[in-house]
Design a protein around this ligand. Structure first.
Ligand code: BGC
Ligand code: ZN
Length: 368
């Protein structure tokens, strides 16, 4: 079968190749890939900075944001039938397992020995087919086919909001306002999830007003162009106390500005991966004092577990019902497999690029 593979550690080694098609063992499912989203982690893997091939293989099939259709099921599979639309969970528990992986919370793995499809030690989904156990597959209703590839990036926000709610159960908390840093796919999906919770939402991004600001306004949120204003307490003076700041740019200096901007009792959630080696000067005493005297929380979050995928399916449906067509507009580029590299090009009007492996049959999964 055709797959996009990389030699981990070797920059620009990404290529379309012919690889053996996986064969399902009893209890497993064969899935035919519909489309695969490309994100910053894929860019880092294709750039040779990240990624690990499965043991014994000299290459890694990339891709972890998937949407596919069950092709065949083997004996012992109960909840899935051919034709079902499915999204695969990315991370797998470590073999020890640590206490978190042991209870299905592999997103909280303690020992780092977890694997991730398309990223760390397991082949990914940018291929014509993959094989998986049903417990790592999440079923999607047919109506969500055109936007289902957004489920995995949404789960990053789902986990973050789940964590925020759990952490904030430390106090009486009635949040009114959230600022999302970054209007990329994760930022926009987080903003939508916060809007579903009826918060007043501001999205902060360096892109000049255009598609991103239109999407933000279409969900009833406000766009802040970073060029025009800094993230600091003057912003809070103007819009009101900011209870939640969700960082989704990976531009690490913003994390410190966020700590200095969030309201008393508020929470700063960091989800952006910053692979570089940037250093900045910070007002350590001032930030420490603000965190202490304001009971503020700063925390990091990565990945997601099955609960977040299931919550994400429900929220995709709610978003589609409340803002019809908005999710589809986040997918700005669809490319055939042999042009996967173009998904990495950052252009002002682009938000999410996906690689189409098998086009939709006419009339299937089209929004009604
Ligand atoms: C994926 C996560 C993964 C992370 C780090 C992200 O792009 O969405 O599931 O844990 O990369 O490897
Ligand atoms: Zn673990």
């Amino acid at each position: 079968m055709k797959a996009v593979i990389v030699t981990p550690g070797r920059p620009r080694s990404g290529r379309l190749a012919e690889v053996p098609q996986p064969v399902p063992k009893p209890g497993e499912v064969l899935v035919r890939m519909r489309e695969v989203g490309i994100d910053g982690t894929d860019a880092e893997i294709l750039d040779g900075q990240y990624g690990e091939a499965p043991p014994g293989d000299g290459y890694l099939i990339i891709g972890h944001e998937s949407l596919g259709r069950v092709e065949t099921v083997t004996g012992g599979v109960e909840d899935l039938v051919p034709g079902d639309w499915v999204v695969a969970i990315v991370r797998r528990p470590d073999p020890v397992p640590c206490p978190n992986c042991a209870v299905g919370e592999w997103d909280m793995c303690l020992n780092g020995l977890y694997s991730e499809r398309g990223i760390k030690g397991l082949h990914g989904f940018l291929a014509e087919y993959y094989v998986e156990q049903p417990r790592y597959l999440v079923k999607l209703p047919d109506e969500l086919t055109s936007v289902g590839v957004l489920l995995e990036p949404l789960t990053i926000a789902e986990k973050a909001l789940d964590q925020i709610e759990r952490i904030q159960s430390r106090l009486v908390w009635q949040p009114d306002r959230a600022v999302v840093l970054g209007a990329g796919p994760v930022g926009l999906l987080a903003a939508l999830a916060l809007r579903l919770r009826e918060l007043e939402v501001y999205v902060y991004d360096r892109a000049e007003p255009g598609l991103k600001s239109e999407l933000v306004e279409a969900m009833g949120a406000h766009y802040i162009w970073a060029e025009k204003r800094r993230l600091d307490h003057k912003l809070a003076d103007e819009i009101g106390p900011i209870d939640v700041i969700f960082e989704a740019t990976g531009y690490s200096p913003l994390a410190f500005d966020a700590m200095d901007t969030v309201a008393p009792n508020g929470i700063v959630c960091l989800s952006g991966v910053s692979g570089g080696g940037r250093t900045v000067q910070v007002s350590a005493d001032h930030l420490n004092l603000e965190l202490v005297l304001g009971n503020r929380v700063v925390f990091g979050t990565v990945n997601a577990n099955r609960r977040h995928f299931e919550a994400g399916v429900q929220h995709l449906s709610e978003i589609e019902a409340r803002w019809p067509g908005l999710l589809s507009r986040i997918i700005t580029t669809r490319l055939p497999m042999n042009r996967f590299a173009e998904a990495l090009q950052r252009q002002p009007g682009n938000v999410k690029a996906v690689v189409e492996v098998f086009p939709l049959p006419a009339g299937v999964g089209q929004p009604v």
